[in-house]
Design a protein around this ligand. Structure first.
Ligand code: T46
Length: 129
């Protein structure tokens, strides 16, 4: 499942603040990581997860993520820090078109576990059929 969620910034003369609480994310966050220093030639991802739930927020700059779920392919433009995308289930993803200032923040439901990764596209297709 892939779900877009918009946040409401709290804006005043000092700038803006976005608070994201557990009910919005839908899971308890056990890990946070962020990707930065990528550029327009970079392509990352090329995997799906078995059990991980994730919440993606591009807090600076922009990038695109191509998600594939049950043969349905969609590209989401991450170009705003007041929107996030929730992902669960077996979803192949490729991340690309990073701006130089891109910081992609990921909140995850589990600690890092390489065994949760499906890194072979053929295995992904078998599991999603
Ligand atoms: C995802 C996309 C958006 C760790 O040691 N701990 C971690 O929590 C993570 C995420 C990675 N690593 C190690 C594993 C690799 O040696 O960092 C290295 C780079 O990871 P990876 O090649 O998986 O990076 P991406 O950008 O292809 O994928 C990552 C996440 O792995 C993945 O869950 O959805 O970001």
């Amino acid at each position: 499942m892939i779900k877009k969620i918009s946040f409401t910034p709290i804006v005043d003369s000092r700038g803006s603040l976005i608070a994201i609480e557990e009910p919005t994310i839908g899971f308890t966050v056990k890990r946070i990581y962020y990707i930065y220093g990528a550029n327009s030639a970079t392509r990352r991802g090329y995997h799906a997860h078995l059990n991980l739930k994730q919440f993606f927020i591009c807090i600076s700059g922009s990038c695109k993520i191509q998600f594939e779920e049950d043969s349905d392919v969609k590209v989401i433009n991450f170009n705003s820090n007041d929107k996030g995308v929730y992902v669960e289930g077996i979803v192949w993803r490729e991340i690309y078109d990073f701006s130089n200032d891109c910081i992609l923040l990921v909140l995850a439901s589990e600690v890092y576990n390489e065994e949760d990764y499906i890194r072979d596209y053929k295995d992904f297709k078998k599991l999603s059929n």
